[in-house]
Design a protein around this ligand. Structure first.
Ligand code: HEC
Ligand SMILES: [Cu+2]
Length: 396
């Protein structure tokens, strides 16, 4: 039998393994959700502040620890000599010193911090910035580009090299807008407009989050950010400004693509086709237990009819079709890569399950269950749900 390692060796080997794990983790390059991998000047400025504070903290920590260890060792109780140590009360010099040192440390922290805060005041936004309105809802994000006449949800598209200036408000409770790899967080509050702006400096796709607890599905309130070339952005805007493409162009040929057994739809956004999308873009939320739908193929033409005559029109906008005011704009829903604020991939199966029972797919969701089940016997049949899903996916 192997002899047990002595205690000190065991502790050393644990410390070493932790250290090695940390070093290996630091080598990872695909870290899309990290503030330590900034992709805008604002993000880099915050990151530099963090580096300085970490360095300063490390220096203070080292000085204090050395002092503590020194005192412990030098003034330890030695064998034979017993009794109380000498008691010292009140030492003005010491007290003034240990007040002044932290004050100096705070000043050292405050100067660069306040300077960075002021650098990014709303007044300093460049005149040519792209204006984007962000409206937080329980539990999804509405994005409006007022100058461009574009409204979308849960997927933000931004041009590289141009400052995007966000005006943030909420329809209900307090949320917080956060794209870790771009900039800091900013609260999203009703009856108030907060601002944040930054200039993305590389083309890629990123994850965004709600960073303020806002209710049951707070953790499910995510979004995607696509930073694309100015030309790709212009093309995206031109496309968004058109009405839904269903029935008036080649895209209507995808009508038959609505098999709810299918897992992946051939989606494209800014060049991120399914095959090429980085892993962090594809949501991996499991389908809740007990939720199922028959393996049927949806028909988009029938779906269009059902949509136009159904409850959907009260809550959703499809430009020229329905004027709803509660839920996300669905005009170009088929060109989005994700569903339900980036919780699921946008494919026929997930979409059909969503329409069938949204509150099961997303706890607390304010979209009611619309498919037939024991709870909702008057709901749409699985075939009807698949038809509606095929219609929405055809809205490129
Ligand atoms: C009572 C209002 C209401 C009705 C009726 C309703 N929805 Fe919704 N819908 C919502 C809300 C609110 C959300 C956002 C839910 C969330 O993400 O938490 C939503 C989300 C969605 C989404 C996801 C959008 C996205 O950007 O990811 C789709 C798709 C959708 N609804 C389709 C439908 C269809 C199809 C119908 C009709 C069969 C329908 N909805 C009926 C309120 C409604
Ligand atoms: Cu939120």
């Amino acid at each position: 039998m192997m002899p047990f390692l002595p205690r000190s060796r065991r502790l050393l080997s644990i410390a070493l393994s932790v250290f090695i794990c940390a070093v290996i983790a630091a080598c990872s390059t695909d870290i899309p959700n990290s503030t330590l991998n900034p992709n805008s000047q604002f993000g880099r400025d915050i990151d530099r502040l963090f580096d300085w504070l970490l360095l300063g903290g490390a220096i203070v920590f080292t000085i204090v620890e050395v002092g503590v260890l020194f005192t412990i060792i030098l003034f330890r109780r030695r064998g034979g000599k017993g009794g109380k140590p000498r008691q010292v009360y009140g030492n003005a010099t010491l007290e003034i010193t240990w007040t002044l040192i932290p004050a100096a440390v705070l000043a050292f922290i405050a100067v660069p911090t306040v300077r960075t805060i002021f650098k990014y005041r709303p007044e300093n936004v460049p005149a040519d910035a792209l204006q984007v309105q962000v409206i937080g809802h329980q539990w999804w994000w509405e994005f409006r580009y007022p100058e461009l006449g574009v409204v979308t949800a849960n997927e933000l598209v931004l041009p590289v090299g141009r400052t995007a200036n966000f005006a943030l408000t909420s329809k209900d409770v307090i949320h917080s807008f956060w794209i870790p790899s771009m900039a800091g967080k900013r609260d999203v509050i009703a009856n108030r407009t907060n601002h944040i702006y930054f200039k993305p400096d590389s083309a890629y796709a990123w994850n965004g989050f709600c960073a303020e607890f806002c209710g049951t599905s707070h953790a499910n309130m995510r979004f995607k950010v696509f930073t694309v070339s100015p030309a790709a952005f212009d093309a995206w805007v031109a496309h968004q400004k058109t009405g839904p493409r269903f029935g008036d162009g080649p895209d209507s040929s995808v009508a038959g693509a609505g098999n709810v057994g299918a897992v992946a739809a051939p989606l494209t956004l800014a060049g991120f086709t399914n095959g090429k999308r980085p892993a962090h873009l594809v949501p991996s939320t499991p389908i809740p237990k007990g939720l199922a739908i028959a393996n049927v193929t949806g028909d988009a033409t029938r779906g269009a009819q059902l949509y136009k005559t159904g409850a959907c029109i009260a809550c959703h906008v499809v430009q020229g079709v329905s004027p709803g005011i509660v839920g996300p704009n669905l005009t170009h829903f088929g060109s989005r890569t994700t569903l339900a604020s980036a919780l699921y991939p946008n494919d026929p199966r997930h979409l059909a399950l969503w329409i069938k029972d949204a509150p099961a797919m997303k706890p607390g969701s304010l979209m009611p269950a619309l498919g037939r089940s024991a709870r909702t016997p008057a709901g749409y049949t699985d075939q009807q749900v698949a038809d509606i899903a095929a219609y929405l996916l055809a809205l490129k």
